[in-house]
Design a protein around this ligand. Structure first.
Ligand SMILES: N[C@@H](CCC(=O)N[C@@H](CS)C(=O)NCC(=O)O)C(=O)O
Length: 203
């Protein structure tokens, strides 16, 4: 398998984590110097964005879609439940990753770390609302989809919550969220990404 990614991309980090935790070897390539907008790359992803996964003849763009592909093809029932009700719960969190997370903490980080102009107040409000929901859910269960083990839902939501301090978001009012970040960071196969809130450093 080949993963096109950027080292500082949280969407890429979801996929790096999933590949690592599922024990799947892969070759990584960083499209540098604007190569992600060049015709060759646009054949893989017409949006000109990473991550993109190539697995033989299968090309998958979008981090949520890649998690779904990996889960269905290589994940066990724990990571990607086959039972319809539980699968729907996982997909609901993938949708949260593409919506509330992408338009909340992800945008705040793009603004504060990379200088992108955004509607700051709107992104801050979305982030506060999202963190309140996560805190409520994680106060009574260890993982986003209730059960004894993590699912790909946790990996979809994790990166931009762990990276939220780079968007000037204080995670200290959210102890259940911090404990969950620590649980994700303690999973076998977890690999660090620069800029993430760290349970070890916080301890
Ligand atoms: N919905 C996509 C968003 C991908 C995305 O925003 N990728 C960013 C890096 S995190 C990118 O490639 N940005 C470069 C660009 O848009 O030119 C996903 O979840 O993979």
């Amino acid at each position: 398998m080949k993963l096109y990614h950027f080292p500082l991309s949280g969407n890429s980090h979801k996929v790096r984590l999933a590949l690592s935790m599922l024990g799947l070897p892969y070759e990584a390539e960083v499209p540098s110097g604007g190569a992600h907008k060049a015709p060759e790359f646009l054949k893989l992803n017409p949006f000109g964005q990473v991550p993109v996964l190539v697995d033989g003849a299968v090309v998958v763009r979008d981090s949520q879609a890649i998690l779904a592909y990996l889960g269905q093809r290589y994940g066990g029932d724990a990571w990607w439940p086959r039972e319809a009700g539980r699968l729907a719960q996982v997909v609901a969190w993938l949708s949260t990753a593409a919506n509330e997370v992408a338009h909340g903490p992800n945008l705040l980080r793009l603004h504060h770390k990379f200088g992108r102009p955004i509607d700051l107040a709107a992104a801050q409000a979305r982030t506060a609302a999202l963190l309140a929901v996560l805190e409520g859910v994680l106060a009574s269960q260890a993982w986003l989809v209730d059960g004894a083990a993590p699912t790909l839902a946790d990996l979809a939501v994790y990166p931009y919550i762990a990276l939220a301090p780079e968007g000037q978001v204080d995670l200290s009012p959210y102890p259940a969220v911090q404990a969950w970040l620590g649980r994700v960071q303690a999973l076998p196969g977890h690999g660090d990404m620069p800029g993430t809130w760290s349970a070890k450093r916080a301890a």
